[in-house]
Design a binder for this molecule. Structure first.
Ligand SMILES: Cc1cc2nc3c(=O)[nH]c(=O)nc-3n(C[C@H](O)[C@H](O)[C@H](O)COP(=O)(O)OP(=O)(O)OC[C@H]3O[C@@H](n4cnc5c(N)ncnc54)[C@H](O)[C@@H]3O)c2cc1C
Length: 427
């Protein structure tokens, strides 16, 4: 049996997973192997990290976090998991604008697929990126910074442009968040005040099993002090939960971050799940479609119609929001976005038979999450990304088979082979 992804629904075709210990070893692998692709923490359900050649994991590379307190930035090793990164940021008094639902995912893997949390005014995790350091296919260094013409093409790069070795992230002062869960809001009443519901906090998630197509089982509201306003949730029939909840009904809440409105550090409230727990109801699959926010009523109507087919295959569905961005292959490119996420039971055949019905029923703005299971064909996906051709051109330029890249420095000039460090620059 070959190497598998986290969910075990995919066996990578690659003959080996290589684990270089420094940039010199990575250069050797990249230049001596015909086809190489980076592997993150293997949390994608789609074959996006797969290749016929070699997979390269950066898990054994030096773990570097360089915090510039004046600039409020951190330059970090690409293979770090958010769970490794955020305590260091917090200890230095800094935070990220958002996190995904669990902290076990690698920083680069998350960014490369447009991974997101929730928040009307917060972009996907890729929007935190100020700089991308890539090793291109011939072992050269290419650094792109926000403002460079091709930067917006490289951040959500699907692992197709090279190996990201470091990312520079935008920080902000550390903050507290409290999260409160509400049971039993009604869809009709919630759709009538959708903006107020998703604006009830800084980061709001709606969870439903579609067992009852009229009810939103849980609304999770995460807010900075003084910024929660759950009036609309209550007006839609929501009631504050009488104890901690797991998003999947019937599963104990122990893996979940603290609820009940108790404030705590940003990194221990924004993810739904604690780092030390395996965040799963057992084996699972996931799909997600990111739609133009204006299409929410039609999309929810479509899902309510399909609820009898969806519910038997589903653990839970989560609705999240994110701000528009300008990153070419970001599912949130160019429009305020709502994510319709499905956590499926591990029935690949059943899920794959149902997905075309969901994809046909959702508005034309629906873009599948790059790291999750979908059946939409390439032409349809391409037509939903206005900057697709520019990405293809960028990829062709960075792929030596398609022409010579234009590196900014030689491989021999690669810095940072020394080892682990957390460095805080103070003035
Ligand atoms: C339990 C669970 C919860 C999840 N929660 C969320 C969520 O809240 N929000 C959300 O949007 N998604 C979520 N996802 C999806 C997940 O965030 C994405 O699939 C993400 O890409 C996984 O990152 P990874 O590090 O595991 O990357 P992998 O799956 O290993 O790889 C994903 C892609 O990133 C590329 N890549 C990885 N490292 C590098 C690198 N160093 N350089 C270049 N390319 C690289 C790979 O080549 C591949 O194309 C979840 C997945 C799971 C299993």
């Amino acid at each position: 049996m070959g190497e598998q992804n986290w969910a075990g629904n995919l066996t990578y075709r690659a003959e080996a997973v290589q684990e270089p210990a420094n940039l010199g070893e990575l250069v050797d692998i990249v230049t001596q192997t015909p086809r190489v692709r980076a592997l993150g923490s293997r949390h994608s359900f789609s074959p996006i990290a797969d290749t016929e050649g070699a997979l390269v994991s950066l898990a054994r590379m030096p773990r570097q976090i360089e915090i510039d307190t004046d600039a409020a930035t951190a330059r970090v090793s690409a293979g770090l998991r958010h769970g490794d990164l955020v305590p260091a940021l917090d200890a230095a008094g800094f935070a990220l604008a958002n996190l995904a639902s669990l902290p076990h995912i690698s920083v680069a893997g998350a960014v490369q697929t447009g991974t997101h949390g929730s928040g009307d005014r917060i972009g996907s995790l890729a929007t935190q990126v100020l700089g991308v350091e890539l090793m291109t296919a011939d072992g050269e260094a290419l650094t792109l910074r926000r403002g460079d013409p091709e930067f917006a093409g490289a951040v959500v790069g699907l692992g197709a442009l090279g190996i990201v070795t470091h990312l520079t992230l935008q920080l902000e002062p550390a903050y507290e968040i409290a999260q409160t869960v509400y049971d039993g809001a009604r869809w009709d009443d919630a759709l009538a005040r959708f903006d107020a519901i998703t604006g009830a906090g800084d980061s709001v998630s709606l969870f439903t099993t579609w067992q009852d197509a009229d009810t939103i089982d849980q609304v999770w509201v995460k807010a900075r002090p003084g910024r929660a306003n759950a009036d609309a949730v209550l007006a839609a029939g929501g009631r504050e939960a009488d104890g901690p909840r797991h998003p999947v009904p019937g599963v104990g809440p122990e893996p979940c971050t603290v609820q009940g409105g108790v404030p705590g550090p940003w990194h221990s409230r924004l993810p739904h799940f604690r780092l030390e727990f395996t965040p799963s109801a057992g084996a699972e699959l996931q799909s997600e479609y990111l739609i133009d926010r204006r299409g929410v009523p039609a999309a929810i109507d479509a899902l309510r119609t399909l609820a009898p087919a969806i519910a038997p295959l589903l653990y839970v569905c989560e609705v999240r929001t994110m701000a528009a961005d300008t990153l070419w292959l970001s599912p949130a490119f160019g429009r305020q976005t709502v994510g319709l996420h499905f956590m499926w039971r591990p029935d690949s055949a059943g899920v794959e038979a149902l997905l075309p019905r969901i994809e046909d029923a959702l508005p034309e703005s629906a873009r599948p999450h790059w790291g999750k299971v979908f059946t939409m064909d390439a032409d349809r996906i391409r037509s939903r990304y206005p900057r697709w051709d520019e990405f293809a051109a960028l990829r062709a330029r960075l792929d030596p088979r398609a022409g010579s890249p234009t590196p900014t420095s030689r491989a021999s000039a690669w810095p940072d082979t020394q080892g682990d460090r957390v460095y805080v620059k103070k003035t």
